[in-house]
Write a protein that binds this ligand. Structure first.
Ligand code: PLP
Length: 349
């Protein structure tokens, strides 16, 4: 598939003497908006073509490239609610700080949806709790999947929102890889959603996309991203987002990840990119041991070590991880989720 931004950046144009930003003065790919490089704020060239392709692949009316992380996408989605006249947002207690901060900044009331925990993991909110909170709010925001690779009941949430005539927003910061699996993909359910491309696909850190399903929300989202994106977007990040969204599915590593979970007693989550290995209080010792072998997990929450995969994970490295894990003693996981240990936990509740 054509990579519009990368192609534009790599096209031979002869001598390039920089009297423009950035200050390193080495043109390369890290340039600013020039006559040939398009403009994120009013795209009509390579950026426009990339955003159109991403929207088509994601099933969106419009998609917007983000170089400021999913955070700016969450802010932009919540702006849409505010601009549409909403005053309260229902969201699970363990939502990311960006959602609470956006509501705070935009003067929206939050209606927290309680989440229980089991085996040291936060459980997705129940349908009853979601329905109750939605009754007191103008929209629902769900995180899908969460940092541990679990999904809320998206079809149930969609049905509730449709019946109530209220929009469904999905924070898919950890779900950029899911467009190949429509039953799990945020874009199959949400009116507005964020794909955190840099976490589970091969994009540079901070690369993300925010999308709207239909034109009415797309118009508001265009206003939202104008307010919450940088005015100096990184071309390397934008090019990497287009590359990552178009990156082919890697069925071999997906199957290897599922086999790994069985073989190494991982928690049974439905997301192949997140391996949850229970260590309980022995997590730190295990982490130290692994790091001595050059193996770094995504996080240790005091119960689980989490290993984040992507289509670029190498089968041989997964095998090495398995061999090292098999030698390490495990402890019992504490029953409740360790609030505050990792960044998904809210500051707002
Ligand atoms: C659920 C969730 N939403 C949003 C974000 C923010 O993403 P970013 O760091 O790309 O801004 C994160 C980051 O970890 C997250 O876990």
């Amino acid at each position: 598939m054509k990579l519009h931004i990368a192609e534009m950046l790599s096209k031979k144009r002869g001598r390039h003497i920089s009297f423009h930003t950035p200050g390193h003065k080495r043109a390369g790919g890290d340039i600013t908006e020039l006559s040939y490089s398009d403009n994120l704020y009013s795209p009509h060239g390579a950026i426009a073509r990339a955003e159109e392709d991403i929207a088509r692949l994601s099933g969106a009316a419009r998609s917007f490239l983000l170089t400021d992380g999913s955070t700016s996408g969450v802010f932009s989605m919540i702006y849409c609610l505010k601009a549409a006249g909403g005053s309260a947002l229902a969201l699970p207690a363990f939502s990311h700080p960006s959602a609470w901060h956006a509501c705070e900044v935009m003067g929206l009331k939050t209606v927290p949806i309680p989440q229980k925990s089991a085996y040291g993991l936060p459980l997705p909110p129940s349908e009853e709790e979601v329905a109750r909170a939605l009754g007191r709010a103008d929209a629902l925001l769900l995180t899908s999947p969460d940092y541990y690779g679990f999904f809320p009941d998206l079809a149930g949430a969609k049905a509730l929102c449709t019946a109530a005539g209220k929009p469904l927003l999905i924070d898919g910061a950890h779900g950029g890889h899911l467009r190949f699996e429509p039953a799990l993909y945020a874009g199959s359910y949400a009116d507005l959603w964020v794909d955190g491309v840099h976490k589970s696909l091969p994009a540079f850190t901070q690369g993300a996309v925010v999308s709207a399903k239909a034109e009415n929300w797309a118009r508001l989202l265009a206003e939202g991203v104008r307010r919450f994106r940088t005015t100096s977007p990184s071309y390397p990040i934008m090019a990497s987002v287009e590359y990552a969204v178009k990156y082919p599915r890697n069925l071999k590593i997906e199957a290897a990840a599922e086999r790994f979970k069985q073989a190494h007693c991982c928690a049974a989550n439905p997301d192949w990119t997140k391996l949850l290995v229970p260590f309980g209080a022995r997590g730190e010792e295990a982490q130290r041991n692994l790091e001595a072998h050059g193996v770094y997990p995504e996080f240790n929450d005091g119960n689980y070590l989490m290993f984040y995969l992507s289509p670029c994970t190498k089968a041989g490295e997964l095998k090495l991880l398995g061999r090292l894990l098999d030698r390490l003693p495990r402890g019992e996981v504490a029953p409740s989720a360790p609030v505050g240990a990792i960044p998904i936990y809210s500051e707002g509740t």
